[in-house]
Design a protein around this ligand. Structure first.
Ligand code: DP6
Length: 381
């Protein structure tokens, strides 16, 4: 599919008002997206586990802007001016955890501007967006993936109200396409359990424009895979991902990094099918460290790991050596550690986490998550 396939047509914007709620998970990349070009096109393919316990719940209330067709002629002219002004702007309010959040508006404004071509009915409505996360806002867990995908799905539900003919397949693809324009990794949060985003010759159906389900049979070893997130540093992120991606422009190792990631997609695709956990570990940990290596070698440079991040990594390596368990770690663009492990080792590894790793977390905070199946429609009235 190409961009123009996502321009809404045949819609009938007569629906006066309504409200829709989606619950959308976060995701954790196994092969990382780091580096992009306009318009939100990734420099390499990435693959992620969709999560389950870390999610955003978003309600979009919409009402058609008023037209005041029955006004007397005197006020009509004045009113027409008003309507013109209204139609030239997006009209929305944002609430996060029950509080009005005007500082969230610029990001959403930018998102609306980017997607308007594809959902041209946006300016005909007034919106109230109400959101909350299952994880603490200050936990250092990026909420842009779950947040932007939830909003994209709400907008798709409105599109479906206006055009009931769209298929479920188109609905999900376009939701992912729109989410991508809000935040790249958000396009991997619509479905589960493993999502690939970015053109790759060995992944059938893959695209730079939206995420697709990993198209091959996944080995039993990866069923119910666990991700326990150790909250090492709950502060605000030191480098926003927008700034981070820019650091890959003119980065001395950019070309090699994009090649490495695409090569790792080929390797992990085989591993996900043959169940080779040792190779899985080698790819996933190398990807996490390569992501951080890119940040350490960019200009300006950053170290996003904290001393406790390293302590946890060394503990995991020691434990793996001593027990030959299949525990491993990955990182996102921050200090928190995602501890990944298969279902059949959960008792052993949960004990290890509680007894030996949690003490490195801020206020002993951690989140037990696992691979999930994707977003869920909660209500549509
Ligand atoms: C390190 O998706 O947050 O988590 O497209 O600018 O919103 P924007 O970036 P974002 O980047 C995520 C980067 C990452 C790796 C990954 O999820 O693949």
């Amino acid at each position: 599919m190409i961009e123009t396939d996502f321009i809404a047509s045949n819609f009938n914007s007569k629906l006066a008002n309504g409200s829709v709620t989606w619950k959308t998970p976060s995701n954790i990349a196994l092969v990382k997206y780091w580096g992009k070009r306009e318009p939100q096109i990734p420099e390499n393919a990435s693959i992620s586990f969709t999560l389950d316990a870390c999610f955003t719940l978003t309600t979009l209330e919409y009402s058609l802007k008023e037209r005041h067709s029955e006004l007397d002629s005197e006020s009509l002219e004045e009113n027409l001016k008003q309507v013109q002004v209204d139609d030239s702007k997006f009209n929305f309010e944002v609430y996060f955890e029950e509080e009005k959040k005007d500082d969230f508006k610029p990001k959403i404004q930018k998102f609306f501007e980017r997607i308007e071509l594809y959902v041209p009915f946006l300016k005909e409505y007034k919106f109230v967006i109400k959101s909350r996360n299952s994880f603490p806002h200050s936990s250092g867990i990026a909420s842009s993936a779950s947040g932007m995908s939830a909003l994209a799905l709400c907008i798709m539900s409105l599109e479906k109200e206006l055009n009931s003919e769209i298929t479920d397949e188109y609905f999900n693809k376009k939701a992912s396409f729109l989410a991508r324009l809000g935040s790249g990794s958000a396009c991997r949060s619509i479905e589960g359990e493993l999502i690939v985003w970015g053109d790759h010759s060995e992944i059938y159906g893959s695209s730079n424009l939206f995420g697709v389900k990993f198209p091959y049979k996944v080995h039993e070893n990866f069923k119910n895979y666990h991700d326990t997130i150790l909250l090492v540093d709950e502060g605000e992120k030191q480098v926003s991902s927008t700034v981070g991606h820019k650091l890959m422009h003119n980065h001395p190792f950019a070309k090699q990094r994009f090649e490495q990631a695409n090569h790792n997609i080929s390797k992990i695709s085989e591993v996900l099918q043959n169940g080779d956990l040792k190779s899985f570990i080698a790819i996933v940990e190398s990807e996490a460290l390569s992501l951080h290596a890119m940040m350490m070698t960019s200009n300006p440079y950053f170290i996003l790991m904290k001393p406790n991040t390293l302590k946890i990594i060394h503990k995991i390596w020691k434990f793996r050596q001593e027990t030959s368990s299949n525990i491993c770690f990955t990182l996102d663009a921050g200090a928190n550690v995602h501890v990944l492990f298969p279902e059949n080792e959960k008792e052993l590894i949960n004990n290890f986490i509680i007894n030996e790793l949690v003490l490195y977390c801020q206020e002993n905070h951690y989140i037990c998550d696992r691979i999930g199946i994707g977003a869920k429609l909660i209500s549509n009235n």
